[in-house]
Structure formats: structure tokens, C-alpha cells
Design a protein around this ligand. Structure first.
Ligand code: ADP
Ligand code: ZN
Length: 293
């Protein structure tokens, strides 16, 4: 079975043709411009490929609730040409096949749950720390929605006493994303994040904020494992720092061997490399075809 997949991002659109095992048969990347320019290119890519379903993992916030009047819309994004744009309707009218639609990070969590590091997890969490911070949650192989969908990149965390940076989030200033996204690091320290590799206080502070957020996710979602991805996590020295601080902040309260004895296998990098989102979008298409979402 051929399945189309779109990982829709604010700067680029990754398109792929895959199959039900998550193999990618063909892939192409398009820059994200306005819907008028970009959508016809994407439709052209998928047209005449014989795909039976399409999965879209999309930057957001979005409306993934099928009962809602604005289902399929990208809603309150700061990327203005895409604000209140009904991306599902445009694909649906052009391709006339079942479409699965979710956030980019819920899709990534789904991909990791199907074929990567979250396999066999009842509750699995995928976090990207890049241009923004996004959190996807997968429960028994299904993406979590509820009211809208998790927006746990915007939780409020405790600012360190020695951090005078005001924060970068346009909505909340110093929420988690405002303090710890790649652009926040670069704004605070005045250098590209990859040029700060050898400055330990940068990564101590970064690991502290990420650890605070993870502690909150552990306490609220009770995940069986947490995957960390995104550009900032290319600084792989962060993993050891984060694990240490998570243990410290939990203070021995959560009595699970996964945390007490095996934290190296509890807070982990992606199992699918850079492909969590696009493979998760294949999975979304598969699930839409089989009415699983
Ligand atoms: P996006 O979030 O836009 O999908 P990425 O996950 O690649 O893309 O995140 C890009 C951000 O990650 C950049 O703005 C930069 O701040 C940061 N970043 C990219 N590469 C590195 C690196 N090697 N080390 C630290 N930070 C990085
Ligand atoms: Zn915010």
C-alpha cells in the first residue's frame, strides 16, 4: 500500500511516499512560502503516485478535532499567510483520499511509537527542541488530543536566579520555549548555538530548563519513555546533564526502576534519526485509511 506523507514546517515542507511498514520510497523538500505558491507544488508531488491515503504532521496550533467546524485548519500560527488556512480541505479536494491530520510533534511521537524508540510504550512522549519547542504525546499508539492537543512547549517553569534573559515567546515571554528554544539560546548568549558548544554554562542552564519541563511531563503524563529531538539536541552532552538534573529534581519521589536504575534508557534520542516526523505522518495516513483515528 502506498501512503503519502507531509511534514509541514514553517520553513520547509517535507513530502514523501511510503508504505505501511514505514519505508520511504520517495522524498522531496519544498520551501514553505504562501499557500498559493506552495500548495500546488505539494499536490503535484502526490498526484499520480497511486497513494491511497495521506498523513499530515503540521506546525500549529491546528484543529485536529473532526467534530469541529474548523477541523483541518492551521489556527493561531504567527506564520500569517497560513493562519486560519484549511490545509486538509485543499488536499482532500485535490486527491480525494482519506487524510490523517495532526501536529508535527504528535506525528513524530506516533512514528517513534510505531517504529522507533517509543515502541511498546503505553505512554510515550516526543519533544523537539529547535526553532520552537513542541511536545507530542502518544497513548497506546494513538496521538493525544483532548481539548485541542498538547502545547507543552509553553509550560511555565522556574527561571534561574542568574538568568536575566527576558524570554523569546511572543505569547508568554519566559515560558519553556521562550527560555530554551534554539533562538532563545542564541538571543541570550549572542552567538549561534552550535558555536557555543564549549561554553559549559550555556548547556548547564539549558539542561536545567529542559529537566524542569521533563519533570513536569513525568509527573503529569506518567510516560514510559521520553524522546528528545530537534536541532538543539545535536549538543549530545545535554543528555547526561538532563538525566542528572531530572533525577535531582524528582527528589526520589517517583519510585520507578526506569528512572532510578535505567534513566539512560528512559530519556533518549530519537530512534528514527531525523525521520520521526515524516514516518509518523506515513503512520497517520495509514491510520486514517483504516479508520483508526
Ligand atoms: P525546526 O525546529 O525549525 O524544525 P531544528 O529542529 O533543526 O529545526 O532547529 C533549528 C534550531 O536548532 C536552530 O535555530 C538552532 O538554534 C538550533 N540548532 C541547530 N543545530 C544546532 C547544533 N548543532 N547545536 C545547537 N543548536 C542547534
Ligand atoms: Zn510560550
Amino acid at each position: 500500500m502506498k501512503i503519502g506523507a507531509l511534514e509541514a514546517g514553517g520553513t520547509k515542507m517535507v513530502c514523501a511516499i511510503g508504505d505501511e511498514d514505514g519505508s520511504i520510497l520517495k522524498r522531496e523538500v519544498f520551501p514553505t512560502q504562501t499557500p498559493d505558491i506552495t500548495m500546488p507544488l505539494l499536490i503535484d508531488f502526490f498526484m499520480d503516485e497511486g497513494i491511497e491515503a495521506l498523513g499530515i504532521g503540521c506546525f500549529g496550533p491546528i484543529d485536529p478535532n473532526k467534530c469541529s467546524a474548523t477541523y483541518g485548519y492551521i489556527t493561531s500560527t504567527p506564520k500569517l499567510p497560513w493562519k486560519n488556512y484549511n490545509i486538509v480541505k485543499t488536499f482532500s479536494e485535490a486527491l480525494n483520499i482519506p487524510i490523517g491530520f495532526d501536529t508535527d510533534v504528535n506525528a513524530a511521537a506516533l512514528g517513534e511509537a510505531a517504529w522507533g524508540a517509543l515502541k511498546d510504550c503505553e505512554v510515550g512522549i516526543y519533544i523537539t527542541i529547535g526553532t520552537g519547542i513542541g511536545v507530542g504525546v502518544c497513548i497506546n499508539g494513538n496521538p493525544l488530543h483532548g481539548l485541542i492537543h498538547p502545547e507543552a512547549g509553553h509550560i511555565l517553569i522556574r527561571k534561574m536566579a542568574n538568568d536575566n534573559y527576558k524570554g523569546k515567546c511572543p505569547y508568554h515571554s519566559d515560558c519553556f520555549e521562550g527560555l530554551a528554544s534554539g533562538p532563545a539560546i542564541e538571543d541570550r548568549w549572542g552567538k549561534k548555538a552550535y558555536d557555543l558548544k564549549d561554553v559549559p554554562e550555556v548547556w548547564d542552564l539549558e539542561a536545567d530548563y529542559i529537566a524542569q519541563a521533563l519533570v513536569n511531563y513525568i509527573l503529569c503524563y506518567s510516560p514510559n519513555r521520553i524522546v528528545l529531538g530537534g536541532g538543539v539536541m545535536h549538543q549530545d552532552q545535554l543528555f547526561a546533564l538532563i538525566r542528572e538534573k531530572v533525577t535531582e529534581y524528582l527528589g526520589g519521589y517517583v519510585r520507578s526502576d526506569a528512572i532510578i536504575k535505567h534513566i539512560d534508557e528512559y530519556i533518549v534520542p530519537t530512534g528514527l534519526g531525523e525521520d520521526s516526523g515524516i514516518k509518523g505522518s506515513i503512520r497517520l495516513g495509514y491510520m486514517a485509511y483504516h479508520n483508526l483515528i
